[in-house]
Design a protein around this ligand. Structure first.
Ligand SMILES: Nc1ncnc2c1ncn2[C@@H]1O[C@H](COP(=O)(O)OP(=O)(O)O)[C@@H](O)[C@H]1O
Ligand SMILES: [Mg+2]
Length: 236
């Protein structure tokens, strides 16, 4: 299945979510390939850190110079995750037209709701001639964790008003674990499997991959001996 992780504004968490999903799938022994179609190349950068730190499992990340259509065909049976950014609109449209679903992280602000609306218009245009249009799944990312702040609820309400989309009943909070794990080339649940950040991320995986999420404890890869497992036990 091809899942595009997209939105127009930078900083909404596209690369973060793509990276975490890719590792989660790989740890369940799923064949997963990830595309970094954003010239900002955050996904490639974080994977470089992961490689330097001997992160296991390793991820395969394709860059725009590989022919996406060809790789999509070669990996038709695999889980394909595509991180797209607005600085390469051509690649973004191509990926959207090939996808079965579009996952849209939305930070809690009016500006992000506006840019999400623009992104959804682009999705409509890009899939006008597609026989089976992709599912469009929105969720609030970087939600306020302070109970007194209402922006996340308001954003959620605004997303529910948008036509032809599903708003996922899960929310990922603004958690320092995302920044910390990213800088070490790790997924949040590799940093610590029992944290609010991990729980929220697992809620997202349950909605996206219900058939895998329930089974995660059985199929999970054993951690590799050495540097990375030491790091996990130190921080976890
Ligand atoms: N839920 C979150 N909590 C805390 N920080 C986050 C969260 N999601 C993303 N970030 C951070 O926000 C920044 C931008 O995220 P990134 O995934 O690069 O966004 P995008 O790919 O949409 O431009 C990164 O520093 C990332 O670690
Ligand atoms: Mg990015």
């Amino acid at each position: 299945m091809i899942t595009v992780i997209g939105n127009l504004k930078g900083g909404c968490g596209k690369s973060t979510i793509t990276f975490n999903l890719a590792i989660w799938l790989a740890r369940l022994n799923q064949r997963v390939v990830a595309f970094d179609l954003d010239p900002q190349a955050t996904l490639s950068d974080v994977n470089e850190v992961r490689r330097e730190e001997s992160g296991d499992p390793e991820l395969t990340i394709y860059r725009p110079d590989s022919d996406p259509g060809k790789v999509f065909r070669e990996h038709a049976e695999d889980e394909i995750l595509v991180d797209v950014g607005a600085s390469n609109l051509w690649a973004m449209r191509q990926a959207i037209a090939s996808a079965q679903r579009i996952l849209v992280p939305v930070p809690p602000s009016q500006a992000d709701v506006w840019s999400t609306q623009r992104f959804l218009n682009m999705v409509k245009e890009a899939t006008m001639r597609v026989e089976v249009p992709p599912q469009v799944l929105l969720f609030v990312n970087r939600a306020d964790t302070h109970p007194g702040l209402k922006e996340s609820d308001e954003t959620d309400e605004a997303l529910h008003m948008l036509p032809d989309v599903q708003v996922l009943p899960c929310r990922i909070g603004q958690r320092t674990a995302y920044r910390r794990s990213f800088s070490e080339g790790l997924a949040v649940f590799e940093l610590s499997e029992r944290s609010k950040a991990s729980d929220e991320f697992f809620s997202l995986t349950k909605l996206l991959y219900p058939e895998l999420a329930g089974d995660s404890s059985k199929k999970k890869k054993a951690p590799k001996e050495g540097k990375k497992s030491a790091k996990i036990s130190k921080t976890g």
